[in-house]
Structure formats: C-alpha cells, structure tokens
Design a protein around this ligand. Structure first.
Ligand code: SF4
Ligand code: F3S
Length: 105
C-alpha cells in the first residue's frame, strides 16, 4: 500500500484524490489518509503530491503513519474530488518539520 505521511498535514493539496483509480482517500480536518486495504499499489498518486507526502510502505520508518492511515480511513469520510478544501495557508506549511506532533489531534 501507499501511505499519506505527516507532510500532508495542513497542506492537503488534494491532487492525489483526483488521480486515484479506486478512490481510496479519506478526509480529516488537517490531512488525508489512504485505506491500505483498498489501495491497489498503482503508485499514480505519489508524484502528484506537491508536498511529497505520499510514499510506498516499503520505505523505512512509516509504521506509525501506516497505523494512522489504517485507523482513520475507517473513521473519516471518503473523498474523491478537491471541492475547495485546500487551506489558504497550505504553502506556508509545506516542508514544515514536526507537523504530526504540532497539529495532529
Ligand atoms: Fe490510489 Fe494508486 Fe495512490 Fe493507492 S497508490 S492511493 S490506488 S492512486
Ligand atoms: Fe495531502 Fe498531497 Fe494529497 S498534501 S491531500 S497527500 S496531494
């Protein structure tokens, strides 16, 4: 599966949802997650994200975020288009360190 990492938090550019062939993104207030049991590992979303927030779970160190994606994709609503949910200050949070600790609740 692919995983949305903390780089998405408060950026939420939503380019990913436009390209996913199986519509497996789920939307929280500050970020999106992927449902690992629905993701078909096509890799199409990875280069689309301006924040480089999407990685394959074969990358090291993604255990925590894989858990976050698994847990919250079961709770948050499915999202398939960017209907204007990208925050106005998204660019200010692009590349910021420690976003999970600062903003994820
Ligand atoms: Fe969707 Fe493919 Fe990205 Fe998985 S890897 S979330 S199936 S676009
Ligand atoms: Fe987040 Fe990147 Fe999608 S910032 S909403 S994973 S395009």
């Amino acid at each position: 599966t692919y995983v949305v990492t903390e780089a998405c938090i408060r950026c939420k550019y939503m380019d990913c949802v436009e390209v996913c062939p199986v519509d497996c993104f789920y939307e929280g207030e500050n970020m999106l997650v992927i449902n690992p049991s629905e993701c078909i590992d096509c890799g199409v979303c990875e280069p689309e994200c301006p924040a480089e927030a999407i990685l394959p779970d074969t990358e090291p160190g993604l255990e925590k975020m894989l858990e976050v994606n698994t847990k919250y994709s079961a709770e948050w609503p499915n999202v398939t288009t960017n209907a204007g949910q990208t925050p106005d200050d998204a660019d200010e949070h692009k590349g910021e360190e420690g976003k999970f600790e600062k903003y994820f609740s």
